[in-house]
Structures are given as structure tokens and as C-alpha cells.
Design a protein around this ligand. Structure first.
Ligand SMILES: Cc1cc2nc3c(=O)[nH]c(=O)nc-3n(C[C@H](O)[C@H](O)[C@H](O)COP(=O)(O)OP(=O)(O)OC[C@H]3O[C@@H](n4cnc5c(N)ncnc54)[C@H](O)[C@@H]3O)c2cc1C
Ligand SMILES: *[C@@H]1O[C@H](CO)[C@@H](O)[C@H](O)[C@H]1NC(C)=O
Ligand SMILES: *[C@@H]1O[C@H](CO)[C@@H](O)[C@H](O)[C@H]1NC(C)=O
Ligand SMILES: *[C@@H]1O[C@H](CO)[C@@H](O)[C@H](O)[C@H]1NC(C)=O
Ligand SMILES: *[C@@H]1O[C@H](CO)[C@@H](O)[C@H](O)[C@H]1NC(C)=O
Ligand SMILES: *[C@@H]1O[C@H](CO)[C@@H](O)[C@H](O)[C@H]1NC(C)=O
Ligand SMILES: *[C@@H]1O[C@H](CO)[C@@H](O)[C@H](O)[C@H]1NC(C)=O
Ligand SMILES: *[C@@H]1O[C@H](CO)[C@@H](O)[C@H](O)[C@H]1NC(C)=O
Ligand SMILES: *[C@@H]1O[C@H](CO)[C@@H](O)[C@H](O)[C@H]1NC(C)=O
Length: 475
């Protein structure tokens, strides 16, 4: 697992002579290469009533791709990618330049393949996350979502194997209930995805800026934070996306403006710099990169370390509330600020709103938090392998407390969470992860239809409420 804590295996490469236990690592695994391997694994699971886990990359932040005593179906080596020059949708629309990717393909691989065609897909910031696995089935978010839509809205077709061993083509008019559920209804819950067909876009020119700013003390830092976030509504109005991280007295800014106006962004950032000249700008660049691939290669790559302990808590903040309460929100960000000494970080992602809010062209289960949000805010903490139980308990409490500060923005509204970057201990996870209880229950009906025995079961996934906490016994 990328987040090693979910292995619960006791040993550490950082602690000499530490003893390894099996922990939550599956005892046996199938390294599936052909769809037939998936079919025979499912046959075995049905015959012996085994606990199954599905893993592609093991990037899961909630530990959903490993489990104690389970049999693992590993999909990493299903690596085919093929261009589909013209894709005929079931409503007889022709879509050019689609791409079919198999379950094991990772974002860096499809970005690299498509660069030769001048095309992009709407994917994540991490090179190594899988395209068709947990990311897509939870809706996904991308530096290009505000520009072109939610990643899941781009899935034209899924090729799946159901738990009873049927190979199905799933589209808005074939097995449409399953299409609806797979598109945003949570990973590993309805069927095993073997490949997907995705819509592509001509690559935009990537206008953007990078600033890393260090303030000399807390009061000056707080002033910087308030001043910077006051600009957020205007960034949103102009169609920018962004990632902002806060720790100690440091603010890091990544702004992205697909096909944007370089002069205009430069003017904005130069005047921001001039107002804050007393601060240390460790990095201060405004530039245009000719393709998304260049942006991926020079700006994003190298940001996903593996083998650490980590946990996050998050909220999707509605656009209406962010715009109305931006000053209040900045003060909350200051209270949630990360601390280097605690290995904590506050990450504010401007990845919702714009085209990501558009329901009209898709019929999927992303309803409704993502469609009304502007920001995805998450607070992350790490810890060392030798952290005591007390320290770990304090970390859990801190994550819950910091996340709840955001809830003060509204007395009436329950904010959603992006289920892939959320706290598995979140109360009201059904409403927060799946949009509403209504949506959750509808997803559960689809699950019952395709997986009546509950073979595909994972933590905080649809249907997991019917099982004991270790998910080994039906309630
Ligand atoms: C460094 C880093 C950066 C990230 N950046 C982004 C980002 O920019 N945008 C974003 O939206 N998310 C991002 N994420 C979150 C990411 O979407 C989740 O971690 C996601 O769960 C990873 O999916 P995976 O299939 O690669 O991982 P895995 O751990 O292998 O699987 C995750 C879940 O999906 C299930 N699953 C996997 N493959 C299949 C399949 N073929 N069929 C059915 N179920 C399957 C698993 O059972 C598990 O429940 C990031 C995560 C990391 C670690
Ligand atoms: C982790 O391992 C310990 C010791 O083996 C065990 O007591 C505990 O229940 C495990 N935790 C989980 C979440 O599996
Ligand atoms: C990958 O695609 C090629 C070409 O279409 C095909 O010959 C091959 O069998 C595929 N491999 C797998 C593992 O699906
Ligand atoms: C969306 O899909 C669901 C599930 O298949 C279906 O019941 C509904 O009629 C569809 N809605 C539209 C507008 O196509
Ligand atoms: C913080 O830094 C600012 C700007 O450098 C300075 O004017 C101010 O006096 C400092 N405040 C404290 C409390 O040190
Ligand atoms: C880009 O922004 C500059 C400065 O605001 C403006 O003068 C110019 O007209 C803009 N260019 C386009 C193509 O909109
Ligand atoms: C931004 O503006 C500054 C000051 O006018 C100028 O020196 C710099 O070259 C500009 N940068 C870009 C990328 O346009
Ligand atoms: C047909 O389906 C495609 C892809 O699912 C969709 O983008 C398009 O809007 C649909 N067209 C009509 C007329 O429904
Ligand atoms: C979203 O869910 C609500 C109920 O919570 C429902 O009324 C609405 O029709 C749904 N919208 C879409 C586009 O699915």
C-alpha cells in the first residue's frame, strides 16, 4: 500500500530488526493479466466463500485495497491502451479520438501515449494513480475539470466482469443502471472494471503560475493568507484552477489556466508580488507551457512519495458559500494550517465548479456535492513508524477537529467529502461521500442487483453497512 499504515504489519524499514507480521496484507494474490484470470478468481471466491480485495496501484487513502485474511485480485499488469478513432455512442453520436485503457494503466502512461496525438484526457495530478480504478469510480478530479468536466463524465463505456462471471459492456444505454452506479458511486462495489473508453480533448495551452512564499512570522503570514484568498473568486470567474498548500508560515500556490491569458495572469501575480515584496518568494514563476503534457512533466511529476503513514479529512465546499464567506473561510484556513513538526499539511484545491458542475451531458451518480462545490479542502497528517498508540489517537482527533472547523460555515447544510480523499472515520459518511441518503440507497439497490451476495465489499463503500467492521461477517 502506498500508505503503509493500512498494512498494519508492524515492521518498518526505518526501525532496525523490527518484526514483520502478516497484518492486513492478503495471504494470496492473483496477478491477473487476461480477463480469464479475473473470471477464474471469481469462481474460486464464489466456491470457497472467500473475502476478496481488488487492488490496482494500492494508492488508496482509506485502505480499501487491502484486508486481513483476504484473497487479492491484482490488476496492475493489465496494461493495454488503444486509440478508438471513431466511437459510435448508443444514441448514434460519433465521437472521434476516444481511447480505450485497460484496468492497470496509470495516468502517466495514457498522458504519454496521447501527447503524440496532441490530445489529453481529464485525469489526476499523480503519475502513478490508475485511470480506471478507484479514481474514476469515485468521480475523480483533475487540473482540467473546471475547464472540461468531471473525469467520470468522460467515460463512454465500461468493460466489466460481474461477480457471477458475466462479461458486460456498460454504457448509458446498455446496463444503464450499472453505468450510472460505476460513474461516481464508489470504487470496487458493483463489478470489476477490465477496461474503459474515454473521451479525449485537444490539449490546451497551459498558462499558469507557481509561487512559494515564506513569511517571517505568524501575523504577517495570516495577512498574506487573507489577501491571497480574497483573490479566489476572481480566479474562479476567469476559469482558473489551482492547488494551494499551507504549512507553518509558508504558502505554496499553483495556478492553472487552460488556454488562458498569460499577460492577464502575469499582471495579477506581479501586482500581488509587489504588495508582498517584504516576503521571501522562494519561487515565483508565471509562464505558458505549450501542452498539458509539458505541464504534467515539469510541474506535477514527482509528487507522490510511497511508503509513509498518512490519513486525511476533507470537505467539498459549496461555491455559493465560498464566494459569500471568503474572509471567514481564510480565518478558518489559518486555524487549520499545517505544521511541519507534526507532518501536517492543509491542501486547498480549486478543482470544482465551472464545467465540473455541469450535469447536463451525463447521467451518472455524482450527485450532488461535487456539482455545487468550488473547493476540495483536505487536511493531511503523517507520522513515523514508531509513533505510539497515544500519538496516533491524538492524530485522529486532530484530523476530525480540523475538518469540523469548516462545518461552521453553514448551520443548515451538510458538506460532502470526496470519498477518495476523506477520513474513513467520518460520521454520516453515507450522506457526505455519496451526496445524500437518497443517492446512497439508490446505489445500494443497483449493487444488490449486480452483487447480491456482497462479494465486492470495502470500507465505507456502498453495502458495507451490512457487514461487521472488519467486513468478514454479515450483520
Ligand atoms: C499521490 C496521490 C495523488 C492523487 N491525486 C488525485 C487527483 O489528482 N485526483 C483525484 O481524484 N484523486 C487523486 N488521488 C486519490 C486517488 O483517486 C485514490 O487514491 C484512488 O483510490 C486510487 O485508485 P487506484 O485504483 O489507483 O488505487 P487502489 O488502491 O488500487 O484502489 C482503490 C480502490 O479502487 C478499487 N479498484 C481498483 N481497481 C479497480 C477495478 N479495476 N475495478 C473495480 N474496483 C477497483 C479498489 O478495490 C479500492 O477500493 C491521489 C492519490 C494519491 C496517493
Ligand atoms: C493491527 O494489528 C494489531 C496487532 O496485531 C491488532 O490488534 C489490530 O486489531 C490490528 N488493527 C487493524 C485495524 O486491523
Ligand atoms: C493487447 O492488445 C493487443 C492488440 O490489440 C492484443 O493483441 C493483445 O492480445 C492485448 N493484450 C491483452 C493482455 O489484452
Ligand atoms: C439515467 O440513468 C438511470 C439509470 O439507468 C435511468 O433510470 C434514468 O432514466 C436515466 N436518466 C436519463 C435522463 O437518461
Ligand atoms: C512580523 O513581520 C512583519 C513584516 O516583516 C513585521 O513588520 C512585524 O513587526 C513582525 N511582527 C512580529 C510580532 O514580530
Ligand atoms: C489578455 O489580457 C490583457 C491584460 O488584461 C488584455 O489587454 C488582453 O486584451 C487580453 N487578451 C485577450 C486575447 O483576451
Ligand atoms: C511579467 O511581467 C513582468 C513585469 O512587467 C515582465 O518583466 C515579465 O517578463 C512578464 N512575464 C511574462 C511571462 O510575461
Ligand atoms: C449522446 O451520448 C453522448 C455520450 O454519452 C452525449 O455526450 C451526448 O450528449 C448524447 N446526445 C444526445 C442527443 O443525447
Ligand atoms: C440528484 O439527487 C436528487 C435527490 O437527492 C434528485 O432529486 C435529483 O434528481 C438528482 N439529480 C440528478 C441529475 O441525478
Amino acid at each position: 500500500m502506498q500508505y503503509f499504515n493500512w498494512e498494519n504489519a508492524s515492521c518498518s524499514i526505518f526501525i532496525p530488526n523490527s518484526v514483520c507480521k502478516q497484518g492486513s496484507i492478503p495471504v494470496l494474490a492473483v496477478d491477473a493479466i487476461w480477463p480469464e484470470h479475473v473470471m477464474s478468481t471469481l469462481e474460486l471466491v464464489r466456491k470457497y466463500d472467500l473475502r476478496l480485495t481488488i487492488k490496482t496501484t494500492g494508492h488508496d487513502l482509506l485502505g480499501r485495497s487491502t484486508a486481513y485474511g483476504s484473497l487479492l485480485l491484482w490488476l496492475h499488469h493489465m496494461k493495454n491502451m488503444t486509440m478508438v478513432p471513431t466511437y459510435q455512442t448508443c444514441n448514434r453520436t460519433t465521437i472521434s479520438n476516444a481511447v480505450r485503457v485497460d484496468a492497470g494503466v496509470q495516468w502517466s502512461e495514457v498522458y504519454t501515449m496521447l501527447k503524440d496525438y496532441g490530445l489529453v484526457v481529464l485525469g489526476g495530478t499523480s503519475a502513478s494513480v490508475a485511470v480506471a480504478g478507484g479514481f474514476m469510480q469515485a468521480g475523480g478530479h483533475s487540473p482540467l475539470s473546471r475547464w472540461a468536466g468531471m473525469p467520470t463524465d468522460q467515460v463512454l463505456e465500461y468493460d466489466v466482469i460481474t461477480v457471477d462471471g458475466r462479461r458486460l459492456t456498460v454504457s448509458p444505454c446498455q446496463e444503464s443502471d450499472l453505468y450510472w452506479a460505476l460513474s461516481g458511486g464508489g470504487p470496487g462495489s458493483y463489478a470489476i472494471v477490465i477496461s474503459i473508453v474515454l473521451r479525449t480533448f485537444p490539449s490546451p495551452v497551459m498558462v499558469g503560475s507557481l509561487q512559494t512564499i515564506q513569511a517571517p512570522n505568524a501575523s504577517r503570514y495570516n495577512q498574506l493568507i487573507r489577501e491571497f484568498f480574497r483573490m479566489l473568486p476572481s480566479f474562479a470567474d476567469r476559469g482558473l484552477s489551482g492547488y494551494f498548500t499551507m504549512q507553518d508560515t509558508k504558502l505554496s500556490i499553483t495556478l492553472i489556466w487552460p488556454n488562458g491569458n498569460l499577460t492577464a495572469l502575469n499582471n495579477t501575480m506581479i501586482s500581488f508580488y509587489k504588495k508582498n515584496k517584504d516576503l521571501n518568494f522562494e519561487e515565483n514563476v508565471v509562464a505558458a507551457l505549450p501542452t498539458f503534457y509539458d505541464f504534467f512533466r515539469y510541474v506535477l511529476v514527482g509528487r507522490d512519495p510511497t511508503g509513509y503513514n498518512g490519513m486525511v479529512g476533507s470537505r467539498l465546499l459549496p461555491e455559493r458559500i465560498v464566494r459569500k464567506s471568503i474572509n471567514r473561510l481564510s480565518r478558518i484556513f489559518i486555524r487549520m494550517n499545517g505544521k511541519g513538526q507534526q507532518i501536517s499539511n492543509l491542501a486547498i484545491s480549486l478543482v470544482a465548479g465551472g464545467k465540473a458542475s455541469d450535469f447536463s451531458k451525463s447521467n451518472n451518480s455524482i450527485n450532488r456535492s461535487w456539482r455545487t462545490a468550488l473547493l476540495h479542502v483536505f487536511y493531511a497528517r503523517g507520522w513515523n513508524d514508531d509513533a505510539s498508540y497515544i500519538v496516533k489517537r491524538e492524530i485522529r482527533t486532530d484530523i476530525a477537529h480540523k475538518t469540523r472547523l469548516l462545518d461552521r460555515l453553514s448551520k443548515r447544510e451538510l458538506f460532502g467529502c470526496y470519498m477518495n480523499e476523506a477520513n474513513p472515520d467520518e460520521p454520516q459518511w453515507k450522506q457526505r461521500f455519496f451526496g445524500s441518503l437518497f443517492n446512497y440507497n439508490r446505489l445500494k439497490r443497483v449493487k444488490k442487483q449486480y452483487d447480491p451476495r456482497g462479494i465486492l465489499i470495502c470500507k465505507r463503500c456502498v453495502g458495507s453497512d451490512d457487514w461487521s467492521t472488519d467486513l468478514n461477517c454479515r450483520k
